[in-house]
Ligand binder design. Structure first.
Ligand code: AGP
Length: 610
C-alpha cells in the first residue's frame, strides 16, 4: 500500500519520479505528490487528489526542476484521501518525507510534538515523522537524524527523505515495508518495487530490515545496517525485463496477465520435472533434507494466496498423505498455535511483502517448527529472504490488483511441492508419473481454455445488471469457487459468495431465485454426480445456472442452464484449468460495468499494512 520513489540524478528528476509513480500506482492511487529540490536550494512541492494522472496535470502547468526529489502514490490508512493528506509531508519549508506503512505510536508522538509547538496540517501518521526529523536535523545531518528518529517509531515503514540544506541527497530506510535501491550510471534511486525504476536501471540492492541508505551525487550509495554500521549489500540484476510494466496490445493489465498464463505456468515448471517424477533437487540443495523430515504442514496466506493454499490441502493430503492445516495469516498470527513435531511452516504470497503473512512467518520462527518454506513470486522480497527455503512461482510482475497468473502459478508450484513431498514419502510411482505427464500438458490445456474468451464475454452480459452471485464447487473446486467469487467482488463490485455445493441446502438455497445467478465448475471428477444433484436443487428453485463443465460429463444447455465446455484434464490439475473461465468472466463483467479493472476502488496490490 502506497508507493515511494526517490532519485538523485544528473538530470531533472521530475520525469523519473512521475514515471516511477505511474508504475507504482498498483500499490495505491487515491492521491499522489512529489517534492523536488531546485538549484536554489528550495523544496518545490506538487500534490493532487486522485490518480497519478491528476498530479501529472498539475505538473504540466507547475513543473518542478532539480536533481533530487521524492514522490509518493497513496493508499489511505490514516486520514481520508485529500490533498492535505497526500505525501510528501513537510515540516516547514526545508524538509519533506514520503512514507509507506503505519506508525503505530503516532498519537503519542503527535501530542508530544504539538506540545512543543509543531503545527500539523494533515491527519496522517506520517506527519509526525516530518516533524521529528525537522527537530533532529536542526542539530545534525539528515542521515543521523533518520537513524535517530526511526529508533522511536513503532510499526512498519519505508521512508524517503529530502532536506533543502543537503544538495543531491535523498535518504531511504525500511522496516517492515519494502524499499529497493536502484543503481544507475552516476545516478541512484529508491523505490518500493524494482518495477518503478526499470526505465532507468535493472540493477538493484534489496535493503534489509532496518537498513538506511544515503543516495548522493554521481551515483553515491552508502548503506548502513540497523546498528548504524556501514555495510555492503550485493547488487542484483532484475531479470524479468521491462515488458511487464506495459499493457502491450491488451486493454487492461488483468487481461494481459490472464493471457500470459500458458507461458508463465510453463516457466514455473521449467527444470523442475524429470521423466517420471518431480526433481526435488531443483527446489534447492537443502530441500530434500527438510521435506523428508516433514510430517505435517501449516500453510498460511491471505486472499487469493489463501485460496491457493486451500486447494493445496486437498492435493497434499490426497497425493502426499501429509496432514495439512490452512489458515489466513491475520488470524494465525494472533492464535496460540499447537505445533506438532516436525511441522513445516509454508507461506504463500505473490508479493512476498504482505504484512500479515510476514508477521505470521516471524511469529512461526520463534519456535516449534521444523523450518519454513515460502512460495513466492518476488525474488528478494522479505518473505523469500526470511524463509529457510523458497520456491519461486515465476509468474513475472503482476500489475492488475486482481491476482490471476500469480494464483495459477502458485497452484502449479503447490502441485510440484505435493509431488516432491509425495516422492520423499514414497508416493506410488505410477501416480507420480501420471501427474508429471499431466503437468507437462498443462500450458497447452490452459491455452485451449483461453480460446473460450469470446464465448465467456457473451456470457458475461447476463451479469452486468445483477447485484449478487453465488459460486459453487466441490472438493478442491470449492476454493476455486471462492476465488471466482473474490475476483467478481474485487473488480465488478457485485456481491458474490461461494459455497461447497453440498452446503447449499443448509442455508444459502434460500437466496436462490431468478435474480441470483449461480455459477458452478463441474470437472470430470469423483464428486461429479454429487455436484449434479446439487445443481438440480438450484434448478428446482428457479435459479439461473452457469456451468463450466468437462466436455464429457453430459451437461448441456437448457432453459435455465448455460453450459460452457472445457477440455478434459486430469482431475488433479482441474482446479488450475477451471480458474481461468472464472477470471475471464469477472474481467468481462467489470468491463461491462465500466469499473476500474486494474485498480479497483479501496484496494491495493501489495498489502504491507496490517
Ligand atoms: C487477489 O486478487 C487480491 N488482490 C488479494 O487477495 C491478494 O491475493 C492478497 O492481498 C495476498 O497478497 P500476496 O499474495 O501478495 O500475499
Amino acid at each position: 500500500m502506497c508507493g515511494i520513489v526517490g532519485a538523485v540524478a544528473r538530470r531533472n528528476v521530475q520525469g523519473i519520479l512521475l514515471e516511477g509513480l505511474k508504475r507504482l500506482e498498483y500499490r495505491g492511487y487515491d492521491s499522489a505528490g512529489m517534492v523536488v529540490r531546485n538549484a536554489h536550494g528550495h523544496l518545490q512541492r506538487q500534490r493532487a487528489l486522485g490518480k497519478v494522472a491528476a498530479l501529472e496535470d498539475k505538473l504540466e502547468s507547475g513543473a518542478l526542476n532539480g536533481n533530487s526529489g521524492i514522490a509518493h502514490t497513496r493508499w489511505a490508512t490514516h486520514g481520508r484521501p485529500s490533498e492535505e493528506n497526500a505525501h510528501p509531508h513537510q515540516s516547514g519549508e526545508r524538509l519533506a518525507v514520503v512514507h509507506n506503512g503505519i506508525i503505530e505510536n503516532h498519537e503519542g508522538l503527535r501530542a508530544e510534538l504539538e506540545g512543543e509547538g509543531y503545527v500539523f496540517t494533515s491527519q496522517t501518521d506520517t506527519e509526525v515523522i516530518a516533524h521529528l526529523l525537522e527537530r533532529e536535523a536542526s542539530h545534525t545531518d539528515l542521515l543521523s537524524a533518520v537513524q535517530t528518529i526511526t529508533a522511536g517509531l513503532d510499526g512498519a515503514y519505508a521512508l524517503g527523505v529530502i532536506h533543502a540544506d543537503e544538495p543531491n541527497v535523498v535518504i531511504g530506510t525500511r522496516k517492515g515495508s519494502p524499499l529497493v535501491v536502484g543503481v544507475g550510471i552516476e545516478e541512484a534511486f529508491i523505490a518500493s518495487d524494482p518495477l518503478a525504476l526499470l526505465q532507468v536501471t535493472d540493477r538493484f540492492i534489496y535493503l534489509e530490515e532496518g537498513d538506511v541508505v544515503r543516495l548522493s551525487g554521481n551515483g553515491g550509495i552508502e548503506v548502513f545496517d540497523s546498528q548504524g554500521a556501514a555495510v555492503e549489500r550485493s547488487i542484483q540484476i532484475f531479470e524479468h525485463g521491462d515488458g511487464s510494466a506495459s499493457k502491450g496490445d491488451y486493454r487492461h493489465f488483468m487481461l494481459k496477465e490472464i493471457h500470459e498464463q500458458p507461458k508463465v505456468i510453463a516457466e514455473a515448471l521449467e527444470g523442475r520435472l524429470g521423466d517420471r517424477s518431480v526433481l526435488v533437487e531443483s527446489f534447492g540443495p537443502d530441500a530434500e533434507a527438510l521435506l523428508s523430515k516433514a510430517s505435517q504442514i501449516h500453510l498460511v496466506a491471505c486472499g487469493t494466496s489463501y485460496h491457493a493454499g486451500m486447494v493445496a490441502r486437498y492435493w497434499l493430503e490426497r497425493y502426499a498423505g501429509i496432514p495439512v492445516q490452512v489458515e489466513v495469516a491475520s488470524e494465525y498470527r494472533y492464535r496460540r498455535v499447537v505445533v506438532p513435531e516436525n511441522t513445516l511452516f509454508v507461506t504463500l504470497s505473490q508479493s512476498g511483502e504482505t504484512a500479515d503473512t510476514l508477521a505470521a512467518l516471524r511469529f512461526a520462527k520463534q519456535g516449534g517448527y521444523l523450518g519454513s518454506l515460502a512460495i513466492c513470486n518476488v525474488p528478494g522480497s522479505s518473505l523469500a529472504r526470511e524463509s529457510d527455503l523458497t520456491l519461486m512461482t515465476r509468474a513475472g510482475p503482476e500489475i492488475g490488483v486482481a491476482s490471476t497468473k500469480a494464483f495459477t502459478t502458485q497452484l502449479t508450484a503447490l502441485m510440484l511441492l505435493t509431488l516432491a513431498l509425495g516422492r520423499v514419502r514414497g508416493q506410488d510411482s505410477e501416480e507420480q508419473a501420471r501427474l508429471v505427464s499431466a503437468l507437462r500438458g498443462l500450458p497447452a490445456q490452459v491455452e485451449r481454455v483461453l480460446e473460450l474468451d469470446p464465448q465467456i464475454e457473451i456470457l458475461s452480459q447476463a451479469f452486468a445488471e445483477k447485484h449478487h452471485a453465488l459460486f459453487l464447487g466441490r472438493g478442491a473446486h470449492f476454493p476455486v469457487a471462492l476465488e471466482g467469487a473474490l475476483k467478481l467482488k474485487e473488480i465488478s463490485y457485485i456481491h458474490a459468495e461461494a459455497y461447497p455445493a453440498g452446503e447449499l441446502k443448509h442455508g444459502p438455497l434460500a437466496l436462490v431465485d431468478s435474480e441470483m445467478p449461480v455459477i458452478s465448475v463441474a470437472p470430470n471428477d469423483e464428486l461429479l454426480e454429487k455436484l449434479k444433484s446439487n445443481l438440480q436443487e438450484v434448478r428446482a428453485r428457479g435459479g439461473e445456472l452457469f456451468v463450466f463443465a468437462d466436455e464429457n460429463v453430459g451437461l448441456a444447455d437448457g432453459d435455465d442452464t448455460r453450459v460452457l465446455h472445457l477440455p478434459y484434464i486430469d482431475e488433479a490439475l482441474a482446479p488450475i484449468l477451471y480458474t481461468l473461465p472464472l477470471q475471464l468472466l469477472s474481467y468481462h463483467v467489470a468491463v461491462l460495468k465500466g469499473t476500474d479493472v486494474d485498480q479497483p476502488r479501496n484496494l491495493a496490490k501489495s498489502v504491507t499494512v496490517e
